[in-house]
Design a protein around this ligand. Structure first.
Ligand code: FAD
Length: 322
């Protein structure tokens, strides 16, 4: 049976939907915290749930004898089984992220085969973060450099073509449908805003059915981004990504990590905060304001980066009447 893809849901909705992203648990931990996050947010009827994907990195293991051993480890494995578990348990459309970073094309092909067999047909196609030890993105040998190349691999897969085998028949009736990432404040590596826009247009021209944005705290940036996308001929839904601030650490970590600016009014409020609780209440109030204004502008969905901490999102959903 073909059910509607997330891209089609977003393209056809007449009201602002609600959606969120969860992270797979840290290596060796159970899935319960992920389920707890979703349990809290299910009453708000999410239109879809995304599951992030994480490359492996080198970490130093304490050998207990004064020596450290350098080992490669995927700190948050399990995107595919977690996506499937969510789909089965909650009967909600689920969107696993697939990334180039740390993967060979063959490993990606295996993941696509797994997902197709499990009938998980929505993807968010991304390049993925660079390795922690590298100063720039370096693809794994046999891997890809740009998300657009991964879109091409998915497109070929949808045609029944395998790169490492003859062909397959898993996508005949329901091919993968996918979204991609966009950056209202420009991707950190892009040489200019217009170069970044051309890269985004390429992903959409290849078949991305929607865009999810990097988090932002100034709605004006999102509105301007949507305007520039439309001018560039990008007409797919653009889902705003939202993250409520909750700790003093966020005040410096989020701008540094995600290359985003806080608007002055928010900065002034944060400068008066001296505890995590202070930041949390500013963060909730600010995010509620953002949500209300975005919904007044009929955005396709209010999409939250939960970081597996659902309580704040729950409070925001209640305040916004989602
Ligand atoms: P791309 O679209 O490939 O762009 C990367 C850079 O290359 C940009 O600067 C772009 O302008 C440039 N570029 C693209 N094509 C070309 C070209 N042909 N020639 C020259 N330059 C080009 N990371 C994870 O590891 N796991 C996740 O689950 C994850 N989820 C995310 C979800 C969302 C909604 C967002 C916004 C980001 C997510 N990220 C995730 C982070 C993301 O992987 C990084 O921001 C990454 O650095 C870029 O990914 P991308 O898909 O936008 O890359």
């Amino acid at each position: 049976m073909n059910i509607m893809s997330v891209a089609a849901l977003l393209q056809n909705t007449r009201q602002t939907l609600f959606s969120f992203e969860v992270l797979p648990p840290v290596r060796g931990r159970g899935i319960d915290p992920v389920f707890k996050t979703i349990d809290r947010l299910m009453p708000f009827h999410p239109a879809f749930v995304e599951v992030t994907s994480h490359r492996s990195d080198f970490v130093y293991k304490d050998m207990g004898n004064g020596q450290f051993k350098r080992v490669e480890e995927r700190v948050r494995p399990g995107t595919v089984p977690i996506a499937y578990a969510i789909k089965q348990r909650y009967n909600v459309p689920v969107v696993p992220h697939i990334i180039c970073s740390g993967y060979t094309q063959q490993e990606t092909e295996n993941e696509l085969l797994d997902l197709a067999m499990l009938d998980v047909r929505d993807l968010l196609v991304l390049r993925g973060d660079k390795a922690k030890q590298d100063s720039r993105f370096i693809p794994k040998e046999g891997g890809l450099t740009y998300a657009s190349q991964l879109c091409e691999q998915v497109n070929a897969f949808n045609q029944g073509q395998l790169l490492f085998g003859d062909s397959h028949e898993l996508c005949q009736e329901s091919p993968f449908s996918y979204g991609v990432a966009g950056y209202p404040e420009k991707h950190e590596e892009a040489m200019s805003q217009s170069a970044d826009m051309r890269a985004l247009k390429r992903k959409v021209d290849l078949g991305a059915g929607y865009i999810v944005t990097q988090m932002f705290f100034d709605n004006a940036r999102y509105f301007d981004f949507v305007r520039r996308c439309r001018e560039a001929g990008i007409h797919v839904p653009i889902v705003p990504g939202l993250k409520p601030l909750s700790t003093l650490n966020h005040c410096t970590m989020l701008p540094r990590t995600f290359h985003i600016d806080f608007p002055d009014e928010l900065v002034q409020q944060l400068e008066r905060c001296s505890t995590n609780d202070d930041v949390r209440s500013v963060g909730i109030e600010w995010c509620v304001r953002q949500c209300k204004e975005l919904r007044d502008h009929d955005v396709p969905s209010l999409h939250f980066y939960t970081m597996n901490a659902a309580q704040m999102i729950e409070e925001i959903c209640n305040a916004v009447n989602i």
